[in-house]
Design a protein around this ligand. Structure first.
Ligand code: MET
Ligand SMILES: [Zn+2]
Ligand SMILES: [Zn+2]
Length: 412
């Protein structure tokens, strides 16, 4: 059997999970698919072993700025034994749930782009603008060897993009969600040093005590942010999130840890996400003065995994209103097939930040309604009917965007 669903399952069966994603096999699968529908394919290795695949459907007026549909090849790891079906089996249940790591994030859109083009071509549709589809590596570990390199390349500049689309997120409700900005991740590591001592001794200024004070302060801050969300004053993606992701301390022994020593060093790692309008300097001041103050023998490092502001100091976001003609076209195209939710900031982070930074408008969109949000979770799945509906949505979106003639007084 060779159907859109079986092709989706085939793509899901490649083990593209970090830390050793297989990029070769899915790329050769995608190239085969592309050739079967008459798209040209080009593989570019900006970083050795980390290929970018670019597919192209030439428009009837290739001088107009083109449009790009992006997705990433890689996936986050999966704890196999905690899944009800193996994460790279793409098992389909009787009621149509297809289980796989990547089913929602984001192999669905990677295949839907192709299936919708297959259908448009079979109906004789001819795009006015050139359409590109990119498949990039390394998104889940920051995109630095993937989209960041691609976006900085002459190959990317030569695409002459007017507009791009990238992944979004599922909705348990019945509206399609669309995202006009991403939150930006900071990796924060705080370290405490202190006086070591006997496990039985009560004293001030141990590393653990110094670290725990900070952990409590950070939890309080997290709570105040979360309270805004719980009170309905802000969306999850509009506040600053800070979540502990690791703790490291103790004196190792052959059986685990030495229990009667208080260690001289302790550290904690946090995933922080800042919405584009957040003030980075205020955050840095809080970290330096409250969360990792030198007066409590603490140090810290912040790794910023993206920019909050453009070169003019404005928060990086794509206008999702009538001032942006791409918005109007996108909105109408989606609404021809279903309901569109109010545009949102994405709580997580995608490669679209590298494209927005160049001043190119990007919307995040993964057409999944009535679907629980399972990205990075166990038992990630997508229902066959939802997947098929997504193809129909992209037919509408791709045909509308690629037919946009532009405004007479502007080159868009
Ligand atoms: C750290 S860059 C983004 C990686 C991934 N998409 C996330 O949101 O966590
Ligand atoms: Zn993703
Ligand atoms: Zn992800």
């Amino acid at each position: 059997e060779d159907t859109p669903i079986t092709r989706f399952q085939q793509y899901l069966r490649f083990n593209t999970a970090h830390p050793n994603p297989n990029y070769i096999a899915p790329i050769s699968f995608l190239i085969n698919q592309a050739q079967s529908i008459g798209l040209t394919a080009k593989t570019i290795e900006f970083v050795s072993g980390k290929p970018v695949l670019l597919l192209t459907w030439l428009g009837s007026n290739p001088n107009l700025p083109s449009i790009l549909f992006n997705s990433h090849l890689d996936s986050v790891p999966a704890e196999s034994e905690k899944w009800i079906h193996p994460p790279f089996s793409a098992h389909k249940t009787i009621d149509g749930h297809i289980y796989a790591r990547g089913a929602q994030d984001d192999k669905c859109i990677g295949v839907q782009y192709l299936e919708s083009i297959r259908n448009l071509k079979s109906r004789g549709f001819v795009p006015l603008r050139t359409i590109h589809i990119s498949y990039v590596p390394e998104e889940e570990i920051g995109g630095f060897d993937g989209m960041m390199e691609f976006a900085a390349s002459s190959e990317f500049r030569d695409l002459n993009l007017g507009f791009a689309m990238d992944e979004g997120q599922a909705n348990p409700g019945d509206e399609f969600r669309v995202f006009y900005a991403d939150r930006i991740p900071w990796n924060l590591v705080i370290k405490a040093e202190g006086i070591p001592g006997h496990g039985a001794k009560l004293y001030d200024n141990s590393a653990m005590e110094n670290l725990m004070k900070s952990v409590e302060l950070i939890s309080k801050f997290r709570e105040t942010q979360f309270d805004f969300v719980k009170a309905g004053k802000a969306a999850n993606s509009e506040v600053i999130s800070v979540n502990p992701v690791y703790l490291k301390a103790g004196t190792p022994s052959t059986t685990g840890f030495v229990m009667n020593m208080q260690p001289s060093e302790a550290e904690a790692g946090y995933d922080l996400r800042l919405p584009p309008m957040a003030d980075p300097d205020v955050m840095k001041k809080r970290i330096a003065e409250e969360w990792a103050p030198s007066i409590r023998n603490m140090t810290y490092t912040i790794v910023e995994k993206g920019k909050l502001r453009d070169h003019l100091g404005r928060p990086i976001m794509t206008p999702a209103n009538d001032s942006n003609p791409w918005w109007s076209i996108f909105k109408q195209a989606v609404e021809a097939t279903g309901k569109l939710a109010k545009p949102e900031i994405l709580a997580s982070t995608t490669d679209s930040r590298f494209i927005r930074t160049l001043g190119i408008p990007v919307f995040g969109f993964s057409p999944m309604t009535n679907t629980p949000i399972l990205l990075h979770d166990h038992n990630e799945f997508l229902k066959d009917t939802v997947f098929m509906k997504g193809i129909e949505v992209y037919e509408s979106v791709i045909s509308a965007l690629s037919s946009f003639e532009g405004l007479s007084d502007q080159v868009i």
